[in-house]
Design a protein around this ligand. Structure first.
Ligand code: GAP
Length: 462
């Protein structure tokens, strides 16, 4: 059962230290959020899971971390300076500003039209101005003189840090086609419309990969290229289901209509999630042909080609680009993990059923009470566990409340140290602890000597 509405997650995220509105003490800042102690762990774990599946577990993909602020000619060649525009409209009545494409997609609820059939303001049904094209890149200035020559851009995607390094990677890593270059980092877009929490923000993180392959035998009928595109669509869909733990019924693939595609594109498919407000994009998997390498080769005067040892010819590789949103996936991981159900006492508990590999805290060590007699053993267990797993130690409040707190942040396992562990009234302790599983709430007794092994069995992929 995922969260029924976004507000539930927004409130939990703030209350439990996942995501805070940015600069809240100054009244916040539109479409901008800060990641708290648990949010930062969750984000790292999702990125790590992506990196593992895209880079570490594969022989054909390597990573890169390109500069954020780079030569502005990169953004001219990529087409962002002239084309990375959104159509903006203003309501003549309430003066609110909107993205016309988002209104038409129904992102603000039911699409309303006037008698002439034109869409109207989602807020008050007012007439809208003609759309104006608005470039979404943030400009900045490099150097001390503010003139045209000093303009640089904050990157609106990670991909354009990859293409200019194509030749460097081929040469330094001795890559043969097909191979990929992956990158995960922050991107910036001047998003002007209300963003639905971290679904759409000014500053967000992406996980992108450019997979370079041989050009197809027939560019007008690129059968082998489209088959590779389909393979990546299947791989990426499976990642959201199996690694992030999203129920298959709330995932789908949406192929872009011809009209949505750029002139160079051989196809794009989005992985979409069923958000509380409807289907929305999680990742785009684009078949970008040889557009980017050709564009950067032409603009720089430095052709970006690959020398094919078999045919003894230089070719411009074609590329498949799976482009995912890290921070958007984090929102979905929270929505999807959210459950309300009955606890051991028949009371309602909130539990985030994260897959162990992405859970921010893997293990909580909880002495049964604050009693001094329990502390040395509990601290010893905590030190042992934290050497391997992200762990928390908590001895405040009743054990029931501490279980609830760990359930609500999605900790898969709690370990309780009690008087049976340390012994009482002359009875020797058994040097064992209780492991409580978050989802089943089942408790099992395990000797401390075998604890790490028991945790390993219960924390796959951690
Ligand atoms: N290089 C291709 C590219 O950037 P995109 O569809 O614009 O493609 C990829 O972005 C992913 O990045 C999206 O599917 C989404 O998950 C995420 N994303 C894009 N804009 C975002 C924003 N303003 N806030 C949060 N995530 C965003």
């Amino acid at each position: 059962m995922p969260a029924k509405d976004l507000e539930t997650i927004v409130s939990l995220a703030k209350r439990r230290g996942f995501v805070f509105p940015a600069a809240e003490i100054y009244g916040g800042f539109a479409n901008t959020y800060d990641y708290g102690p648990l949010g930062v762990e969750l984000k790292r774990n999702i990125r790590e899971a992506w990196w593992k599946s895209m880079v570490r577990d594969r022989d054909d993909v390597v990573g890169i971390d390109a500069a954020l602020i780079t030569n502005p000619r990169v953004w001219v060649a990529s087409g962002h300076v002239s084309n990375f525009n959104d159509p903006l409209v203003d309501c003549k009545k309430c003066q609110m500003r909107w993205r016309l494409d988002h209104i038409e997609e129904g992102q603000y609820g039911e699409v309303k039209r006037n008698a002439a059939g034109d869409v109207t303001c989602p807020n008050d049904g007012g007439e809208l101005t003609e759309p104006r094209q608005f470039n979404m890149m943030f400009k900045t200035q490099v150097g001390t003189v503010a003139d045209e020559a000093s303009i640089a851009y904050l990157p609106p995607e990670t991909a354009q840090g990859i293409f200019p390094n194509f030749e460097n990677v081929v040469a330094s890593m001795r890559r043969k086609l097909p191979f990929g270059i992956a990158q995960s980092r922050v991107s910036f877009r001047n998003e002007i419309t209300p963003g639905k929490f971290i679904f759409r923000t000014l500053e967000f993180e992406q996980m992108e990969m450019e997979y370079f392959c041989q050009p197809p035998a027939d560019r007008n009928n690129p059968v082998e290229y489209l088959a590779l595109h389909q393979e990546w669509i299947n791989t990426r869909l499976a990642w959201y289901r199996d690694t992030i733990g999203i129920d298959a019924s709330r995932l789908r693939i949406r192929d872009h209509e011809k009209a949505e595609l750029s002139h160079y594109s051989a196809g794009t498919a989005d992985v979409e999630y069923l958000f509380p407000w409807g289907w929305g994009e999680l990742e785009g998997i684009a078949a970008r042909t040889d557009f980017d390498l050709t564009a950067h080769g032409n603009a720089s005067g430095h052709p970006l080609t690959y020398f094919d040892e078999d045919t003894k010819q230089h070719v411009v590789p074609w590329v498949i680009e799976p482009a995912a949103g890290l921070t958007r996936t984090l929102a979905v991981a929270m929505l999807e993990a959210y459950n309300e159900e009955l606890d051991e006492k028949g009371e309602t508990r909130v539990v985030l059923k994260f897959k162990p590999a992405i859970a921010p805290i893997k293990v909580a060590v909880l002495p049964l009470s604050k009693n001094e007699a329990l502390r040395p053993a509990a601290r010893r267990v905590y030190e042992m566990v934290r050497s391997t797993y992200m762990a928390q130690y908590d001895e405040t409040q009743s054990i029931g409340r501490r279980y609830r707190r760990q359930d609500e942040i999605g900790t898969p396992l709690c370990i309780t140290v009690d008087f049976q562990t340390v012994g009482e009234d002359g009875t020797p302790g058994d040097d064992a602890v209780t492991i409580r599983e978050r989802d089943s709430q089942v408790q099992v007794r395990v000797p401390i000597s075998g604890l790490l092994e028991a945790l390993r069995d219960r924390l796959p992929g951690c």
